[in-house]
Design a protein around this ligand. Structure first.
Ligand SMILES: Cc1ncc(COP(=O)(O)O)c(C=O)c1O
Length: 339
């Protein structure tokens, strides 16, 4: 099988598993796990912020961040197809009690003038506008990179109007690598970031929420409230440290392989391939005569796994277990199938 479903299928490296065996452990609810402390300190430093909090998943990190930034009934702005709205079980409404305000974007970017229009002046009828969420890279926009100019413009408008800015940066390192930019520079204008260790970075579990000391202290309590206080969490942090220190630069390989897949797939006339910027390749299959379910079934019979993104949209994701040869082979199989 050539498994192109997601970068979340990546398995921990041997070094990560060995790091678990050697990790210094303690009770992290009491802040006694040295490995967690080390990971949180390194994560904060890497992002150029004061402090960080280890959470179990990206979903938990985004939820804790929304809970910490807002009060019940507040209005939160985000791009219409953002992960936090589309795929996080409605947690921001069900648990944080906020109301999402969706702004249609251009390749995942919130148009600054649209945000400016959307944030209304205080009025007794309106919810309190409180937070803006940027997703970088943007998953449903095909792994699109949100450039620093957009991050800055969105942050400036938000801050001027008294709102905070959170980044769903599940794949923020993919964005930084694609931009050839220091990640801390990219997130400089925003207040908080969630990033994942368990996607392209290959750690088995874990994400981090990063922000200032006061925010992280409050977030730690919110994490505890939703059952995310962990005990000997160094077993998660140890492979996380390897992910953070050793796995970031190799993401470039995933991007190169995705680009190669894009190039091959563009040679197939019935496919409409979205522009590739990072490790995600989206193809529109409207002209093939198949819908995504049928198309993926046919691909699976031929040894390729991918995921449906819409009725006629399919997503391929490159990652550490996908080689250049896999990409050539997958493209050849798809070409032959659609011939
Ligand atoms: C952009 C984005 N944000 C958040 C998440 C949530 O991460 P997790 O699956 O760890 O909850 C994902 C997961 O795919 C994602 O792609």
């Amino acid at each position: 099988m050539i498994d192109l479903r997601s970068d979340t299928v990546t398995l921990p490296t041997k070094e990560m598993l060995e790091a678990i065996l050697d990790a210094k452990l303690g009770d992290d609810v009491s802040r006694e796990d040295e490995t967690v402390l080390e990971l949180e300190e390194k994560a904060a430093k890497k992002m150029g912020k004061e402090a960080a909090l280890l959470v179990t998943s990206g979903t938990q990190g985004n939820l804790v961040s929304v809970m910490t930034h807002t009060n019940k009934g507040d209005e939160v702005f985000m791009e219409s197809e953002s992960h936090v709205y589309y795929y996080e079980v409605g947690g921001m409404s069900a648990i944080a009690g906020v109301i999402p305000h969706l702004i249609p974007g251009n390749r995942g970017q919130i148009p600054p003038e649209k945000l400016e229009e959307a944030i209304r002046p205080p009025d007794i009828h309106y919810p309190n506008p409180r937070l803006v969420i940027i997703e970088n890279t943007h998953n449903r926009a095909g792994g699109a990179v949100i450039p620093p100019e957009n991050m800055k413009a969105i942050s400036d408008i938000s801050h001027d109007k008294g709102l905070s800015v959170h980044v769903d940066g599940a794949r923020i390192f993919n964005a930084a690598i694609a931009l050839n930019m220091d990640v801390s520079k990219l997130v400089e204008p925003v207040d908080t970031i969630m990033f994942c260790l368990s996607k392209g970075l290959s750690a088995p579990i874990g994400s981090l929420v990063v922000g200032n000391e006061e925010f992280i202290e409050k977030a730690r309590k919110n994490r505890k409230m939703i059952g995310g206080g962990m005990r000997q969490a160094g077993v998660i942090a140890a492979p996380g440290l390897v992910a953070l220190e050793k796995m970031v630069d190799r993401l470039k390989e995933d991007h190169d392989n995705a680009k190669k897949l894009e190039k091959h797939l563009r040679e197939i006339p019935s496919l409409n391939v979205w522009p590739v910027e990072t490790n995600i390749v989206l193809i529109d299959i409207s002209n093939t005569g198949y819908d995504s379910t049928q198309f993926l079934l046919e691909l699976e019979k031929r040894g390729i796994k991918a995921v449906p993104f819409a009725r006629h949209l399919v997503r391929f994701t490159t990652h550490r277990h996908i080689t250049e040869k896999d990409v050539d082979e997958a493209a050849a199989i798809i070409k032959e199938f659609l011939k």
